[in-house]
Design a protein around this ligand. Sequence first.
Ligand code: ADP
Ligand code: MG
Length: 248
Amino acid sequence: MTAHAISVQGVSKIYPGGVHALDGVSIDVRPGEWVAIMGPSGSGKTTLLSILNGLDKPTSGRIQVLGTDTHGFGPDDWAVFRRENIGLVFQQFHLIPYLTAVENVMLAQYYHSMPVREQALAALERVQLAGRGHHLPSQLSGGEQQRVCIARALINDPKIVLADEPTGNLDEENEARVLELFRALHGEGKTLVVVTHDPEIGCAGERIISLSHGKVSKDSATAAGARLATVGGPPGSSGDPCATSAHA
Ligand code: ADP
Ligand code: MG
């Protein structure tokens, strides 16, 4: 049986206080697939991503990542698993304010293996921030800070990149740069799961999963995904939210 990159099986999450943030969610993501998670505020997107990276636990249901059943994982197992396999990009940048851009990237490297300044600088170059390594976060624009975060997420060469509203705080130009980076990562075969409000970001991927009140309300290939689908893969895209905004 071929392993999915991510397999979510009947996952529910009830927060203390009784909020049903996720209610029986099942999703399989192929290796190398680029999936967008969309849905209104409060529909459970961040909760799902937090469960996928082990920062939160489901109340019930199972998660397999890269063929590994994470059921018995404790925080330390997750920490090891994350640093070997997962890159995280948040809407809030979470950069250490008194460390420079390159030091922020090296800090992530430190958790992974050994900080190597040259590698951290190369990661910054990759996100078009060569020459800005010695700047503090406060000396960088929001778009540049987000790209430092992406460099930081990529430093361990993760197989899976999880991003929560990565362009939520960005202007159009920086949004386009982040989209370009995602395209490049997808081209390298990384699995991307991107939570977004932005149909343009969502439609750039292969598949959009919509959440509503903690349930999957829709799961369909985008026009781009339908083109890429292998023979016997998912059929077209009726009601494709991208149909009007797709660029030929
Ligand atoms: P989204 O990212 O789609 O906006 P969230 O996953 O953040 O949605 O939230 C889903 C639901 O769970 C919301 O009703 C939210 O208020 C609730 N929720 C999120 N985090 C917590 C928490 N730590 N404690 C209690 N309720 C929470
Ligand atoms: Mg959210």
